[in-house]
Design a protein around this ligand. Sequence first.
Ligand code: PLP
Length: 372
Amino acid sequence: MTIGSFYPPQRTLMGPGPSDIYPQVLQALSRPTIGHLDPKFIGMMDELKQLLQYAFQTKNTFTIAVSAPGSAGMEACFVNLVEPGDKVIVCRNGVFGDRMRENVERCGGKAVMVDNAWGEPVDPQLVEQALQANPDAKIVAFVHAETSTGALSDAKVLSELARRYDCLTIVDAVTSLGGVPLLVDEWQLDAVYSGSQKCLSCVPGLSPLTFSQRAVDKIQNRKTPVQSWFLDQSLVLGYWSGEGKRSYHHTAPVNSLYALHEALVLLQNEGLEKAWQRHRDAHLELREGLEKLGIEFVVDEACRLPQLNAVYIPDGVDDALIRQTLLERYNLEIGAGLGTLAGKAWRIGLMGYAARSENVALCLKALETTLK
Ligand SMILES: *Cc1c(COP(=O)(O)O)cnc(C)c1O
């Protein structure tokens, strides 16, 4: 048997990520590969840094894309900022907060958990209690947009609290970047990571990352070396900046970085405020249609993510069968529930390129016909 080329079906991706990719981004991917130390490539990386600074709304000089998916951005924050023995307040209101705990523990840190129910935002009062009870805590870690439930937490308030107790913040902005306001400098966030494949509508496999000066200082004053060679950001920095004398650290994913550059150019041309508004508009359209179908949201209106709509599966409906039918008949992917919401909820993503009326209409029509 000979195996031929692989041609994927043309799906519409409306799950928790990857999201539909902009056609211009797919085109950028197929441009000629050049050397990752080629002066032209370095020029592109300098632009990429500026575009990322715009997306994150920061002037942080340490603003890069980790050559690996969002999970690696998460790990990069923890392995660089947490030293053995460090106490970290970890907020958990879904799947990703629990992964933060794992990261802290694997770094030899002590995780102090602040728990909120799935579907609720992080409660600042509980965080403050934890900070009062643990005056030796060094970091507060939380997920801005919890993709497992569709809840948005108040990053500004949590950051103010952390600073009041002299803690750094580690913020998961994988699903928030490009979809809802995220103001890294104004909110004084310290270590913020994201992902390429959610609201940026780029290919999976890259993780935008930014560190404040306070975070960089903590890394530079570490007593122990970072246990991960690949994710040690003091080594990576020589490649991403190193003014004219960039040194080899690892081979950059050249074409994927073209794709990210293109996705960020599209975001810059649209403008952040317009992109946020587009996500809100698409969410309101979807909400109206779902309410007509009698489908209810998991998360309260006030802290609902426009780009990730977690909704309860109507009673008596076969979860797997419906999702399979959507995929086979409409080439439409929506997300299953995760963790405590498995089998109980669907997660409908309106991320990046998918946050459009056409997508909302397709999804509503497909759901309506299939549920009948
Ligand atoms: C998707 C996601 C991640 C992980 O990103 P990957 O690219 O899948 O590694 C982390 N945090 C949140 C909130 C996410 O939605």
